[in-house]
Design a protein around this ligand. Structure first.
Ligand code: KG4
Ligand code: ZN
Length: 333
């Protein structure tokens, strides 16, 4: 089964062709970072407009790169939420029209489950059941994954997402948008022990997260010591990153131990963080847990992961009608 995946939930216009939910024939991502960079965050109206301009060329490129004729497609999978409503509408409207015109089945998928499905695209995916830590710009959650489309949420952030904290801290340090990668780089030159920021909810047994306190602590620190922004920026970045990574690692390992499944997937944009990748592998190895992290280009937003989960829905006969709607907040498809 050959699936065309389409993703427009935030600031990436993406299309991909995936064979049998596993083999990536093409994975095209048009990033809007340059458009939103001057504003220090995503401007929803600009995102929608750019998706409209790019959706057709990006899909054409995905088909051409994969050497796939539209007649050889077996279905279309599209992100219908959660995300920016105006942005989602572009992908969903395109997908409906394309599926209708080509006589293909359509399935609307949850972006967060799509992130988890990125591990299905790796050569050695985790066996079911496994625990998935999703850390992205919009969400931070832990799932118990019982089957390809069977997700039980164990916990989620009560306020900011982990990636959002990276972006907000980068903004207040004057490092621009998006912040994850630049903080990751600066931290390599910093000492993570020199400035200690708080680790929220680590004393609790539950699986919820909270990251707004860390961001506030960094903000207070730079107000108290304004010169630190030029003299100790690497240490601030490393101290902040360490606090976020500590919480993510400890909660994820606790979840796997509690469920006793022995396998952990780490997905979403923040999963491309080099410190998180190293720390979680170390911690997991010490606890007999196998960690699965998709390659970095499958961690950040892409359409291959959408095609991967869409393949499983369509194989199960779960099709969407042409009245498929978009949604901004977390909801099951
Ligand atoms: O999954 P994603 O591409 O989009 C959402 O669904 O939100 O995640 C984007 C987020 C941004 O907040 C970005 O700062 C963060 O992932 N990110 C990183 C790194 N690369 C991207 N955070 C920490 N370290 C990185 N290397
Ligand atoms: Zn995402």
């Amino acid at each position: 089964m050959m699936i065309l995946g389409i993703e427009t939930s935030c600031d990436e216009t993406a299309a991909a062709v995936v064979f049998r939910g596993k083999t990536i024939l093409s994975n095209i991502v048009w990033s809007q970072v340059a458009t939103h960079h001057p504003y220090g965050g995503v401007v929803p109206e600009l995102a929608s407009r750019e998706h409209i301009e790019k959706i057709v060329p990006v899909v054409e490129e995905a088909l051409a790169y994969g050497k796939v004729d539209s007649n050889s497609l077996d279905g279309v999978a599209v992100t219908c939420g959660p995300g920016l409503v105006g942005a989602l509408l572009v992908g969903v409207s395109f997908a409906k029209a394309y599926a209708y015109a080509q006589g293909l089945p359509l399935t609307g998928v949850n972006h967060l489950y799509g992130h988890v499905a990125a591990v299905y695209l790796e050569p050695h995916p985790p066996p079911f059941p496994f625990v998935a830590l999703l850390a992205s710009g919009g969400h931070t959650s832990l799932y118990y994954v019982k089957g390809p489309t069977d997700f039980i949420q164990l916990g989620q952030t009560r306020d900011d997402a982990a990636g959002e904290a990276f972006d907000k801290v980068a903004k207040l340090l004057g490092l621009g948008y998006p912040g994850g990668q630049v903080i990751d780089q600066l931290s390599k030159e910093g000492n993570p022990e020199r400035i200690r920021f708080p680790r929220a909810l680590l004393d609790r047994t539950g699986f919820d997260f909270s990251f707004s306190g860390i961001k506030t602590a960094v903000s207070r620190y730079v107000h108290r010591e304004p010169e630190a922004r030029s003299t100790r920026i690497n240490d601030i970045a490393a101290g902040f990153q360490e606090a976020v990574v500590d919480v993510l690692v400890q909660k994820a390992v606790l979840a796997v131990k509690t469920k006793g499944c022995g396998h952990l997937a780490v997905v979403g944009g923040v999963a491309s963080n080099t410190r998180l990748r190293t720390r979680i592998k170390e911690e997991a190895a010490g606890n007999g847990i196998t960690v699965h992290i998709p390659r970095p280009e499958l961690c950040t937003d892409n359409a291959a992961m959408i095609a991967a989960i869409g393949y499983h829905y369509l194989s199960q006969g779960k099709k969407s009608c042409l009245d498929l709607d978009v949604y901004s907040k977390i909801r099951k498809p």
